[in-house]
Design a binder for this molecule. Structure first.
Ligand code: NAD
Length: 352
């Protein structure tokens, strides 16, 4: 494998990487713990048919670092982690997730697991058979996490529109939503409720048909989202979609959505900036679920959605204002602020 794992961990300041292999269930995966200097690490379990081990590992490292930045900018007393599972047809789901539960338990409170792509309540219930350090459904848990994420994305979009135009003027705006899953659906519904024009695409037909019938969303052919003129492009599917070629096609004035790491590489934030496209940093926008999940684990209180909106809206406003004053990309400003907070907490932790 041509990834120099230890070098990458040292460069990005990782604390721990656990390689997972379970003969009985067919589980193969990685748990990356980026930082616990602010408190325990939080991060979902992603199950995805990765092309190979290397792409799973890179995703694990990038996602866990992004979770640390998310926690730091949301002022949470916690850090970032991610557990990725290489999905394959022979995987015994129940056994694999129970094994993950034992891995989480062995971390003894350094890592709290939650949902992510490919891991919903069913999978989490297997994890919960082995550990309490996992997000639970119903009255035992923090409630609707995708709703918390969608609320944060909505607040971030409102702040970005006000920053650029002085008002949201929802009825005059056009939004393109990529991905009509848990978050994208809720976001599309909210925007339609305010009278906005919403165009959307999903790889699956069923959510497209339903969104058209129930919400009045106009459906785009999958793959044409970036070429469609709009005020705001909302990536709510997978990461890595914004790269050298796709950025040139983008017809939006603002990019603001739930997807983690939509930029293929950090320098793509500069390309968006140079094209005059306002990119609202993903690790600020999509913090709703970790705010709610982490605060529930730490205090037993599910953070109200209005509070999540107010906090994420205020952070976005602050980042955009500072970026405008310095004529820099908001991504660079947010990343710098997050990394500074993490470095300070590491210095404090090292001094004690
Ligand atoms: P989800 O799995 O419920 O929905 C994703 C949707 O995107 C699916 O309907 C899928 O068919 C569609 N999709 C996948 N690839 C696509 C493509 N190339 N074009 C169009 N559609 C495509 O996921 P979700 O929970 O809604 O999360 C969406 C994104 O937001 C993910 O990247 C996730 O990591 C991120 N995120 C989610 C949360 C949360 O609380 N759910 C929190 C933070 C970040």
């Amino acid at each position: 494998m041509a990834v120099h794992v230890l070098d990458a961990m040292a460069r990005e300041g990782f604390e721990e990487l656990v390689a997972l292999h379970d003969r009985r269930s067919g589980l193969r995966g990685f748990l990356g713990i980026h930082d616990t200097s602010r408190g325990p690490a939080f991060g979902g379990i992603r199950r995805f048919p990765y092309r190979n081990e290397k792409s799973a590992l890179i995703d694990c490292l990038r996602l866990s670092r992004a979770m640390s930045r998310k926690c730091a900018l949301a002022d949470l007393p916690g850090g970032g982690a991610k557990l990725v599972v290489l999905d394959h047809p022979g995987l015994d789901l129940a056994e694999a997730y129970r094994h993950i539960g034992r891995v989480v338990e062995r971390q003894a409170g350094r890592y709290f697991a939650g949902p992510d792509v490919g891991t919903g309540w069913r999978e989490l219930s297997y994890v919960a058979e082995e550990t309490d350090r996992v997000t639970r459904p119903g009255d035992e848990g923090p409630g609707d996490l995708a709703g918390a994420t969608a609320a944060g994305v909505f607040a971030a979009i409102a702040a970005a529109l006000r920053h650029l135009h002085g008002s949201e003027s929802w009825e005059e705006r056009t939004f393109v939503v990529q991905g009509l899953g848990s978050v994208g659906w809720r976001l599309a519904a909210r925007l339609r409720g305010l009278g906005a024009r919403v165009l959307a695409a999903d790889l699956e037909e069923e959510p497209c048909e339903r969104a058209h019938e129930e919400l009045g969303v106009e459906i785009l052919a999958s793959g044409t989202e970036l070429d469609t003129a709009c005020d705001v492009f909302c990536p709510c599917a997978m990461g890595g979609l914004l790269h050298d070629l796709s950025i040139q096609r983008l017809q939006a004035r603002i990019v603001c959505g739930a997807a983690n790491n939509p930029l293929a590489r950090t320098h793509h934030a500069m390309q968006l900036f140079e094209r005059g496209i306002l990119y609202v940093p993903d690790f600020v926008v999509s913090a709703g679920a970790v705010i709610r999940g982490a605060e529930f684990h730490l205090t037993g209180r599910p953070t109200p959605l209005e509070e999540i909106e107010a906090r994420i809206g205020a952070t976005v406003r602050d980042v955009l204002e500072r970026a405008a004053a310095k004529e820099r990309s908001p991504y660079v400003i947010a990343q710098h602020e997050a990394d500074l907070r993490i470095l300070r907490s590491r210095a404090r932790a090292d001094a004690t």
